[in-house]
Design a binder for this molecule. Structure first.
Ligand code: ATP
Length: 517
């Protein structure tokens, strides 16, 4: 335990957790955890994957019952049986995947199930007024009549926050809120959070990003293996010190890897169009990592899906190692040497009910792991142990269900599985989303080693530091098109940020953005 001055000094205590303990089979997820957060404070909760952050927040929000310990909100002892109870006590949570109805308007979403009524009927005009007032009062501009489906991610997040404020939330818990935001959107979010804190709310932020903790939070509580190992005031500490507390060792932050030596072209894409993608031209060579930057929703995922065979191609041509795979099935693509780490690891990446070992063996029926098309259990177990060790997956055993792993550990598992395929081309989306800083470094090292072994990698990432640190070439997508291409080191974050916003500052070098199809 690092002895440090802890809580901020002013403001009434909003949330007080004392001695929270929660065990799952084989894991002590929270071990006598204390956490105090005051009004007026933005408090970060940090820790490596599996350290127990989500468990603690689920207990605070009434989604899990602790085995021991007490929770007080505004000084009163509480025992929440559901999130509804937590909300009634003034708590609100913004989850990573938003809980909005895309087909409804902003106002309809904000007041959903808490609608203003007149003579028993929903008062739509009052709902719109309420949203406009809340938005103005807290600096969260939104158009109450816009349909959520048409809004960028940053604005959807604002809608989530407004929804909580409408229900009277005074303590907001946000789970990795900037994972899907651009740097500008993240700055705007932190301005909102600061304003809310100044108005007397309190904010608890679960995050892996040290920079935003140092810049936007007052205090940080660090968990390791279920225990509090540090309580620090950001004004009195450094990013290195927090990283050290989390991992127990020194971590080199934001490393830029030397470029690779590119060989023959492995992936060649010309004039590719699909729903959401317009005339993409690109190539990826062996021994090369090509990074695609862009604001979420500008066609990056759609491009990867089209290349992975998950989205019909409407025009253009794709070849892999010289063979046409434009309309090939996913199975054939895999046989031709394509591996894929999807963005949505829960929906398409893993089978949550199956064991960790079985998840790691998936797709290996034709590799050296298989014996005449079967997967011998002993080989599956050995394979699992090797990958669990290599990628530092925190799992009590390879037998447990993949669905019981923490989010970051599931991600490590998925990357480990796909890299083990020895494919010619790896398509990887958000390789380190939700992954702690030590594991980010490990995954980056593994991707670079994979590249240096002669594989081609096409990576989509919302993290500009990741793109700049790893990619030998950077492409930027905007509104379904590739609008810019830069060699490693050629574009700083500002330049990339501008290109991502559709303002390409210089004529595009490298592969030309293509004609509209
Ligand atoms: N429902 C469950 N069943 C069994 N084990 C669980 C369950 N939920 C969590 N765990 C285990 O408890 C530990 C803490 O998990 P938790 O999700 O709280 O970590 P975390 O700090 O939020 O991690 P991440 O940063 O990856 O989200 C992990 O070892 C995890 O595997």
């Amino acid at each position: 335990m690092t002895p440090q001055p802890s809580e901020p000094d002013t403001g009434a205590i909003a949330v007080e957790l004392r001695g929270i303990t929660k065990a799952f089979p084989g894991t002590l997820a929270n071990d006598r955890v204390d956490l105090t957060v005051r009004r007026g404070e933005v408090h970060a909760l940090m820790g490596e994957n599996g350290a127990g952050k989500s468990t603690l927040m689920s207990i605070l929000y009434g989604m899990l019952r602790p085995d021991a310990g007490t929770v007080r909100v505004d000084g009163r002892p509480v025992s929440f049986a559901s999130p509804g109870d937590a909300m009634a006590a003034g708590l609100g949570m913004v989850h990573q995947s938003f809980k909005l109805f895309n087909s409804l308007t902003v106002a309809e979403n904000v007041v959903y199930r808490a609608e203003p009524r007149r003579f028993g009927f929903v008062d739509r005009a009052a709902a719109r007024r309420r949203v406009t007032e809340l938005a103005a009062a807290h600096g969260l501009p939104v158009d109450p009549d816009a349909r959520v489906a048409d809004l960028p991610v940053g604005v959807r997040q604002r809608v989530e926050i407004l929804k909580l404020l409408h229900r009277g939330a005074r303590t907001l818990v946000l789970d990795e809120p900037t994972a899907v935001l651009t740097p500008a959107e993240a700055d705007a979010l932190f301005a909102v959070l600061r304003r809310l804190a100044d108005e007397g709310h309190c904010v608890i932020l679960v995050t892996h990003k040290l920079r935003e903790v140092m810049e936007g939070c007052d205090n940080v509580t660090v968990l390791r293996d279920g225990r509090v190992v540090a309580r620090l005031r950001t004004a009195d500490t450094s990013a290195d010190a927090i990283a050290g507390a989390m991992t127990g060792r020194a971590v080199e932050l934001d490393r830029v890897h030397p470029p690779g030596t590119a060989g023959d072209e492995v992936l060649s894409v010309s004039g590719l169009s699909a729903a959401g993608v317009r005339g993409a031209e690109l190539g990826v060579r062996a021994g090369e990592i090509v990074g695609i930057a862009g604001v979420a929703g500008n066609g990056q995922s759609e491009l990867i899906e089209a290349l992975a065979g998950l989205r019909p191609v409407t025009a253009g041509r794709v070849t892999l190692s010289g063979r046409d795979i434009t309309h090939a099935s996913t199975a054939r693509r895999r046989r031709e040497g394509l591996a894929h780490v999807p963005e949505d690891r829960h929906a398409v990446g893993t089978a949550p009910a199956a064991s960790v070992a079985d998840n790691l063996a998936m797709g290996h029926h034709r590799t050296s792991l298989s014996h005449r098309g079967f997967l011998p259990p002993r080989a599956v177990r050995a394979h699992a142990r090797e990958l669990i060790g290599r990628f530092g997956v925190k799992a009590s055993s390879h037998r447990i269900a993949a669905g019981s792993l923490s989010g970051g550990n599931l991600q490590k598992l998925l990357i480990g599985r796909e890299l083990a395929h020895d494919a010619a081309l790896l398509l990887v989306e958000q390789p380190t989303r939700g992954v702690d800083i030590g594991a980010v470094q490990n995954i980056h090292d593994q991707l670079v080693a994979y590249r240096d072994a002669g594989h081609a990698v096409l990576m989509v990432s919302a993290e500009l530091s990741e793109i700049r640190g790893l990619a030998d070439r950077v492409l930027v997508m905007y509104e379904g098109r590739i609008v810019a291409s830069y060699a490693k080191g050629e574009a700083d974050e500002r330049t990339l940020g501008l290109a991502m916003a559709g303002a390409v500052p210089v004529p595009v070098p490298g592969p030309t953005p293509s004609k509209e199809v």
